[in-house]
Design a protein around this ligand. Structure first.
Ligand SMILES: NC(=O)C1=CN([C@@H]2O[C@H](COP(=O)(O)OP(=O)(O)OC[C@H]3O[C@@H](n4cnc5c(N)ncnc54)[C@H](OP(=O)(O)O)[C@@H]3O)[C@@H](O)[C@H]2O)C=CC1
Ligand SMILES: CC(C)=CCC[C@@H](C)[C@H]1CC[C@H]2C3=C(CC[C@]12C)[C@@]1(C)CCC(=O)[C@@H](C)[C@@H]1CC3
Length: 314
């Protein structure tokens, strides 16, 4: 039976590399790519078919930051498919990023620089805004749109012969201290990206609690630092090009400097091959690349997730 795999944010970066890598793993899957509009869907399908001409690739359009669009695409998917085996919830944004180089310099003096270079803790802020639905844009796009999609697709994901899987692209920038239940959309702070990714980690834990019995399993991954449209919006492209040799060097000390979308998709592809019953719901799977360019996956506990469960909030 062919497996049906849905990937959001398939038009570029980690999502596009993931689509290609999944087809390398199993050329018989039915890959459904979700992009923002028809032009992007068709261009992405052409790119994938150029390297995998025999692949079965279909397209759907969704703006995850627009609830009407999410409900519409869920309806369309329910009509088109009888079940979904894998859903990669990968689309994401980081609008108006700002890097505090002074803090990075201070980190160098206080010995925290490696932690800062891998998590961006204390050196990155964003300016968020309200979207058309009256929700904070980062929360809505990175988490809530995806969450509503999952809930709307329950009939395709639960109670199937084999377990179905949700795989969320989170981040090592996810931080417990950036998230607050009383301001879960992060309207008040300037770390909306970090908050949305931490909320994603917790959502995955809670989804496992609720749905494992019905054969649906959820995992979170971090692709590491990847050069993609998202990172190219943080600094000017010429600066990234200048920094590139330094980043190759940093990779000898910081294994999460995966740098290419292909390497960044390592954990996503690894999870595709694992039995979900053997995975730990409180772990985030990190794509890593050694200084010599070898890719591998490292599991790390999600900070605070166990405590969150114990408090009974899940
Ligand atoms: N790059 C990095 O270093 C890291 C990235 N990540 C995460 O990886 C994921 C992929 O990002 P990456 O590949 O780096 O960046 P890209 O910007 O290349 O990819 C983001 C994807 O999300 C899509 N997207 C954005 N907004 C929406 C929306 N409203 N509705 C539908 N699709 C949307 C984009 O579509 P479009 O082409 O239309 O804009 C694009 O396909 C994100 O969740 C990001 O947070 C996590 C850790 C590190
Ligand atoms: C690499 C050097 C020498 C300088 C670049 C400084 C920053 C622009 C850079 C350092 C750490 C990076 C980082 C991210 C973006 C770019 C940095 C702040 C992320 C926040 C990108 C998105 C993610 O999800 C995180 C995992 C990244 C964490 C590290």
């Amino acid at each position: 039976m062919e497996r049906v795999v849905l990937v959001t944010g398939a038009s570029s970066g980690v999502g596009l590399a993931l689509c290609r890598r999944l087809l390398e793993e199993d050329g018989r899957i039915h890959l459904c790519i979700a992009c923002r509009n028809v032009q992007k869907s068709e261009a992405t399908r052409d790119l994938i078919l150029a390297t995998h001409p025999a692949a079965r690739v279909s397209t759907v359009e969704v703006d995850l930051g627009n609830l009407v669009s999410v409900l519409r695409v869920a309806r369309e998917l329910r009509c088109r498919f009888q079940r979904l085996d894998f859903v990669y919830l990968n689309a994401g944004i980081m609008p108006n990023p700002h890097v505090n180089f002074k803090a990075l310099w201070h980190g160098l003096l206080t010995g925290k620089v490696l932690h800062m270079l891998t998590t961006a803790e204390g050196i990155m802020t964003q300016t968020d805004r309200l979207n058309g639905d009256g929700l904070q844009e980062v929360f809505a796009t990175n988490l809530f749109g995806h969450f509503i999609l999952v809930r709307q697709l329950e009939c395709l994901l639960c109670g199937n012969e084999k377990p179905s899987r949700l795989i969320w692209t989170s981040s090592s920038n996810a931080r417990e201290s950036a998230f607050s239940l009383s301001d879960y959309q992060h309207a008040k702070g300037q770390e909306s990206y970090s908050s949305s990714k931490y909320a994603t980690d917790l959502t995955s834990v809670v989804l496992n609690r609720k749905f494992n019995k019905q054969g649906l399993y959820s995992s979170v991954v971090c692709p590491g630092l990847v050069m993609s449209n998202m990172t190219y919006r943080i600094l000017p492209v010429f600066l990234w090009k200048l920094l590139m040799p330094i980043m190759w060097l940093i990779r000898f000390f910081a294994k999460t400097y995966t740098l290419t979308p292909y390497n960044g998709a390592e954990a996503h592809v690894w999870l595709f091959k694992q039995k979900p019953e053997h995975l730990d719901a409180l772990v985030k799977y990190h794509s890593c690349t050694s200084g010599l360019g070898k890719s591998y996956v490292e599991p790390r506990k999600v900070n605070g997730a166990a405590a969150f469960c114990c408090r009974g909030l899940g």
